[in-house]
Design a protein around this ligand. Sequence first.
Ligand code: HEC
Length: 111
Amino acid sequence: MIRISLLALIMTAFTMPLYAQDAASELGQKTFKKRCAVCHNPLTAQRKIGPGLQGVFGREAESGIGKLTEARLHEWLLNPKALKLNTRMPKYGPMQDAETRQAVIDYLKTL
Ligand code: HEC
């Protein structure tokens, strides 16, 4: 009995971070589909209303806001107009939440 619960404990310890990670990447992907996909192709570089976002992380921005590093993406998603006054990309409520924003950026890294 003790051996079984010990095993369960060890298994929980190993699988917990995995669950947390899955939840975060699911949040990123879900948010992207809901809030960003209307204007951005995630899987091609082809423009929709905004630039295609394939390979977006770390590349030079088409919108002229510099290299799309982690820090720059945080600034951009938090408030696009702060970086480019006349941009057509709107500011989003959900992007004001640090956890959601980070999840979306982590998702962008996978494109
Ligand atoms: C209403 C359309 C629209 C929505 C929705 C939108 N964007 Fe954008 N996005 C744009 C436009 C337009 C640009 C180009 C900005 C410019 O040139 O001023 C842009 C630019 C970007 C860029 C910079 C790409 C580059 O090469 O310059 C990133 C990254 C980006 N958007 C991510 C997102 C994410 C993530 C979301 C969802 C939270 C999102 N966008 C939602 C329209 C949109």
